[in-house]
Design a protein around this ligand. Structure first.
Ligand SMILES: O=CN(O)C[C@@H](CC1CCCC1)C(=O)N1NCCC[C@H]1C(=O)Nc1ccccn1
Ligand code: NI
Length: 184
């Protein structure tokens, strides 16, 4: 079971490296890692389990955040009623196209690997097309928009050594390009 102590924090080099692609069939180690990462998200979104184990609720988790520099990320995205609207483990994900239009979360972003609060809008593509493999090696291409797209962009950034605050405008953290969608 992944706990907060297993989550690598900003400053650790693994969060700033480009993660290595995985080959198929995945070894048992990486199949287990995928399960453990998804289990963390499920546990962290369960108030009782999160309280018991002091887990910070998360909607996504990338392998480098648990010290594994490989191209794998788990996503468990709920809507504002707590219903899961997107659940997937990406292996070797690539953004094949992204909208010019940008979107950002109205409350800005945080990261389980960044302990400090960094304020500011984090502009990301409003829509994106992602090509990836499932844990079983099945190839998929999906188009996402809104919150699932934001979460996917945040996780794929982790696989390329980027953290959310890299995208905040240093001079004007709350400046926005005119056609940016603000998602609350
Ligand atoms: O790389 C992955 N991470 O760093 C975990 C992040 C990923 C999200 C941040 C912005 C887009 C993706 C994460 O989930 N959070 N960031 C830090 C604390 C809050 C938490 C969060 O937003 N929790 C949440 C939100 C809605 C419903 C339930 N829980
Ligand atoms: Ni993160």
């Amino acid at each position: 079971m992944i706990l907060m102590k297993d989550i690598v924090r900003d400053g650790d080099l693994v969060l700033r490296q480009v993660a290595k692609p995985l080959t198929f069939p995945l070894s048992d180690h990486y199949k287990q890692l995928a399960e453990d990462m998804m289990e963390y998200l499920v546990n962290s979104q369960d108030p009782k389990i999160a309280e018991k184990h002091q887990l910070r609720a998360g909607v996504g988790l990338a392998a480098p955040q648990v010290g594994e520099g490989v191209q794998m990320a788990a996503l468990l995205v709920p809507d504002d009623k707590g219903e899961i609207i997107f659940k997937e483990v990406y292996v070797n994900p690539e953004i094949v196209s992204e909208s010019v239009r940008q979107a950002c979360l109205s409350e800005g972003e945080g990261c389980l690997s960044v302990d400090k609060v960094i304020n500011g809008y984090v502009p990301r593509p409003d829509k994106l097309t992602i090509h990836y493999y499932t844990v079983d090696g099945e190839e998929k291409t999906i188009r996402l928009k809104d919150y699932p797209a934001i979460v996917s962009s945040h996780e794929i950034d982790h696989l390329n050594g980027h953290l959310f605050y890299d995208r905040i405008n240093k001079k004007e953290p709350f400046a926005l390009k005119e056609n940016t969608v603000v998602i609350s």
